[in-house]
Design a binder for this molecule. Structure first.
Ligand code: HEM
Length: 339
């Protein structure tokens, strides 16, 4: 039998964490994990309450921008992201992000994802493909010129890797270069610095989360052999094997939650499985529709190009991420090679 996940941040990369989550939300809906110094909130009602509580912030009050990023171009972009701000700044700028996210028709998103998939399949290994498709699809929707498309996908990857906790000095340098290049793209289109940063966010947020949705949908097809429509598979996967398993909050002041006293400065992990895979409250994902459309269209296109088992080998595990669930596929050709 599979060992249970060691803790909540190990669950997204566990082969099958869902029975463990179900036990957790019944037996320990809210507790302080002493070794990790984190409140773990998994009771669905408490998670909803926490996501809607404006006293729980997306960043620690004393460190709005991670120390490693402060004073650097990547840090400047980070500071302007709606995802990383609360209060007035968030309320003022979130509407532009929502407007941008709802400005593309379903047909336009499907077309961009299909074109990105056709362009990338055959020249990316299966794991790189999962991440590159959503970013290239978003870059197409944002009107990035053909000549800059590959560079844009690389810059978005570099930015995401550089702003991740524990990034190396080299990754930070690459994120700075990427941040400058991506901001220039937006400013060339006449966007303010805030809008240019949140234009990057549309590609950055698409990356890991949509790669996870697409990868988990591909796995569902490979495992079950279903011939259902790609749209239904993607929609079901988004809820049954979701891409984002948790999100963080930091108490700005002392609060009561579920009968516990949470002190100012305490960190919380909110478990989004299974009730709200796209979040809820003021920071709820504005890209849900786009994510589902990109994943459906990409899956449908991949299936039309070749049987999925010719593109993706067996799932070897999951990327070692504390919040996102992205399968790692083997190379089918290597797996079929004679020993
Ligand atoms: C399967 C794919 C996706 C999943 C599971 C997902 C999930 C989420 C979740 C859970 C949040 C809330 C985080 C929090 O409250 O702490 C979020 C925020 C966000 N997502 Fe997504 N997302 C996905 C794809 C996308 C795409 C494709 C876009 C862009 C087109 C996008 C744009 C955003 C933005 C801008 C935010 C920040 C919103 C704010 O802070 O006000 N997401 N997403």
């Amino acid at each position: 039998m599979e060992e249970a996940p060691l803790h909540v941040l190990a669950a997204p990369s566990h082969p099958d964490p869902y029975a463990w989550y179900a036990r957790l939300r019944v037996s320990r809906p809210l507790f302080f994990d002493e070794p990790m110094k984190l409140w773990v909130v998994s009771g669905p009602y408490l998670v909803q309450q926490a996501l809607n509580d404006v006293r729980l912030r997306v960043r620690p009050l004393e460190e709005p921008v991670p120390r490693a990023l402060q004073g650097r171009p990547a840090g400047e972009v980070f500071a302007l992201l709606v995802r990383m701000n609360d209060g007035d700044f968030h309320a003022r700028h979130r509407p532009q992000v929502e407007a941008a996210a709802s400005s593309w028709s379903a047909a336009a998103v499907a077309q961009a994802a299909e074109a990105a998939t056709r362009d990338l399949a055959g020249r990316c290994d299966p794991n790189a493909l999962l991440s590159a498709i959503p970013v290239q699809a978003m870059a197409r929707l944002l009107g990035v010129p053909h000549a800059q498309r590959n560079a844009t996908v690389d810059w978005v990857h570099a930015f995401v890797q550089g702003i991740a906790a524990g990034a190396s000095a080299e990754a930070l340098d690459r994120a700075d270069v990427a941040a400058v290049a991506l901001m220039e793209q937006g400013e060339r289109e006449g966007l303010s610095r805030v809008d240019a940063a949140n234009r990057i966010a549309l590609m950055q947020q698409a990356l890991d989360a949509t790669a996870g949705l697409l990868g988990n949908a591909v796995r569902a097809v490979l495992v079950s052999g279903t011939d259902e429509d790609a749209g239904e598979i993607a929609a079901r996967t988004a809820h049954q094997d979701p891409a984002v398993h948790n999100t963080r909050r930091f108490a700005a002041t002392q609060i009561e939650l579920g009968g516990e006293r949470i002190s100012a400065g305490d960190a919380l992990v909110l478990v989004l499985v299974p009730a709200c895979p796209f979040g809820a409250g003021p920071h709820a994902c504005p890209g849900e529709r786009i994510a589902l459309q990109i994943a459906s269209s990409a899956l449908r296109t991949l299936q039309s190009l070749e049987p999925l088992s010719q593109i993706f080998g067996a799932v070897r595990g999951y990327r070692p991420l504390p919040n996102a669930r992205i399968p790692v596929f083997g190379e089918p050709h290597l797996e079929q090679a004679p020993r």
